[in-house]
Design a protein around this ligand. Sequence first.
Ligand SMILES: [Zn+2]
Length: 459
Amino acid sequence: MRTRVHIAAAGILLLSAASAQEVPEGPREILRRLLEAGLQRNDAHLLLAELIKKAPHRLSGSAGADTAVALTARMLARVGADSVWTEPCVVPRWERGSVERATIRGERGRRTPITVCALGGSVPTPPGGIRGRVVEVTSFADLARLGEKVRGKIVFYNRPMNPITLNTFDAYGGAVDQRSRGAAEAAKYGAAGVLVRSVTLALDDVPHTGSLAYVDTLPKIPAAAVSTHGANVLSSLLAKEPDAQVELTLDCRTLADAPSANVIGEIRGTTRPSEIVLVGGHLDAWDTGQGAHDDGSGCVQAIEVLRLIRGLGFAPERTIRAVMFMNEENGSRGGPAYASNPARGRERHVAAIESDRGGYVPRGFTVQSDSLTLRKVLRWKPLFDELGAGRIISGYSGVDVVQIVQAGAAGFGLDVADHRYFDVHHSANDTLGAVHPRELESGAVAMALLAYLIAQEGL
Ligand SMILES: [Zn+2]
């Protein structure tokens, strides 16, 4: 009770001190306690290790995803959530299969294997694979100029992420169209299949998967990502031997949609329980790695936020709710299912904070809201500066919270040092060992502080 009085007084202090840009004592003390409780043991990483040990593969509709649903519900209960429940959603189900093979057939029958993986949602090749000459392009405009010349051939998209773009998400955005739309665009001109240079800045032999979108009115042709090393090998060989062929074999498959769930736990608000401050990430992950950064990190950070808030010893004014969304990667069914659940009708979401950019050092938050809200958040900047996370700028929040943000919540994306993210993203490189415990925990502390401030003071 004494703590509650202290906090209320601190709130008044904060309002009067905001104009002077001084950090009031109350919230700074909260930050100190959150940091102490976080960095002592880096619990977020312990949670991540447990998630990855028990559910290393969490592609939507898989047994691993089911395990992750049950496990994270138990974790939420364990960290002291007042209530934990799941809400249903129906998800697409696609399986990679066991054969993913590509071989360049050069002059005099010389064979050069290159490392590939099926893009998520791809149709398989016929059992014996496909074989054809290869047409290298770097844009859909290139492809359109070639038009019918690609009929029966394999289109090879080889436009790299731009390395001089500082923000790697921007660089990703400048290359990912090849992966998402490449198969459909090539199918327009009768191509037999596509190879896509992995959307990564790393130069290695690890292919990066990700979803593709077919167009119903066009043939569905098989599509694979090729490692950046493999793409360079293929490109230089084609320069010398333009008639070289590639054999591609994939045995992935699409099954019927499957029942799944979002996982939810909350600490109920004392005076405004129906006002929700959401923290979340997505529970599903690509099967090529362990989904440690993408997005096991965001999930365990959300759980850790509840643990850290619980550790303060009092409940906030508004409800703080952790949500593990299902199926961000290949369908994004979980976000809309959450937003349209009838229970939302009795609630008002004040804010939705998503962490889905990797468990790296936090730099701040992108704020998806109006300028007035951004100004309100900026009054807390001195506190976040102490965490090294004071970069609070207007920007996108996250895929899973789009509908909640459209319905009026302020959206927040945890912004992190992103230079290494696309080295691991959607690939076998995305493992527990790539996530640093202290960096991950700092992000959880930043999220907990933001959730706390909004829960106490509103926006
Ligand atoms: Zn993600």
